[in-house]
Write a protein that binds this ligand. Sequence first.
Ligand SMILES: *Cc1c(COP(=O)(O)O)cnc(C)c1O
Length: 393
Amino acid sequence: MRDLTYEIPNLYAAEPIPDAARAAIDALLSSGDLFRYSAPKDAPVSLLEEDFADLIGARYALAVSSCSAALFLSLKALDLPKNARVLIPAFTFAAVPSAVVHADCVPVLVEVDNSYRINLTDFKAKISSVDAILISHMRGHTSDMDAILNLAEEHGLPVVEDAAHSLGTTWNGQNIGTLGRIGCFSFQSYKMINAGEGGIMITDDPDLFARAVIMSGAYEHTWKKHAKIGEIGAKWQNKLPLYNMRMQNLSATVIRPQLPELARRVRDGRRNHDFVAKNLTASGHFHVPAPLDGELRAPDSIQFTLLDFTDAQTHRFLEAATANGVPASVFGLSKDNARAFWNWQFLEETPELPLTRAMLMRACDVRLPARLQISDLEFVATALIAAASAAKA
Ligand SMILES: *Cc1c(COP(=O)(O)O)cnc(C)c1O
């Protein structure tokens, strides 16, 4: 048998951190100044917040320990009452309902259909029963944000965007994360910018920003080190709990030199996705849902639906794809998958969501990091198509 191992692309390996980070990290280590609020000004975390706000087009940015922390602080900053009902899509990562629970709120799951996007009929049916809306742009798939924002406004509901995995995606030319009252992003290793862990929230609302700054752990007068906060910080002084979810300077020093890389990663990620999508679609075995008008994604993975596969064929496909060197998973079939809502057993009840369940049982997920070359993409597409043919033979 031909030895294929030499050409199998590693879909999990990270991209190196840019060399530009090294000198800055060295200087930081020499100073020992790792805490964001030690320096009187220009701490790496503060500089990251300025850079990120400029890059994304927001007035304020607050860097924190994770996107989950950013989501939690967003809900707290909105001052929702205890047990407030927060609408979230049923197709998301377990960290999202977890952040809602952490914020003493109750997640209300809305159906996601076979386009991987929020089902607007179910959204309209549930919107009257909630106090806030948290839109998770899962893997960058953007639901109809015009419709969602209009309905939210009609009902006077705040919208938080979970853009953890959507940095670089745009909706009608505007950055995802800047559409709602608050947007949250992740710097965990599998996202577009990799610091191992980390997150950031953005908003144009000075009051929400000041509340989030204090609750993130700006004790005493450290909030004054957020240059744009003004005197509004004083209004919330001593009034709010300090949850200590700050980012440290080392993380910011790893992130900042990656910001100029973003445009390239977005461009290459899109090229990779579209190349594989075209080949998979042409095979007739798979459906790759088209983007909505107005949506331009920044993918670092591909999702596609298996067409006319029985359960047994689906399992055979996954085994064959993995044997061919491409680890693929179907969200609803891999054991304990954190993106399958029935595994969120920490919720008080698991709702019946037939559309989302049907989608999850046939939607497949394959990583396609930006650094892959065309030959890698050919390998991935060929391996998946061969696995489908074998599974159906
Ligand atoms: C990764 C991810 C999160 C969680 O981000 P962390 O920074 O790891 O807390 C939340 N939502 C989505 C859609 C994600 O992909």
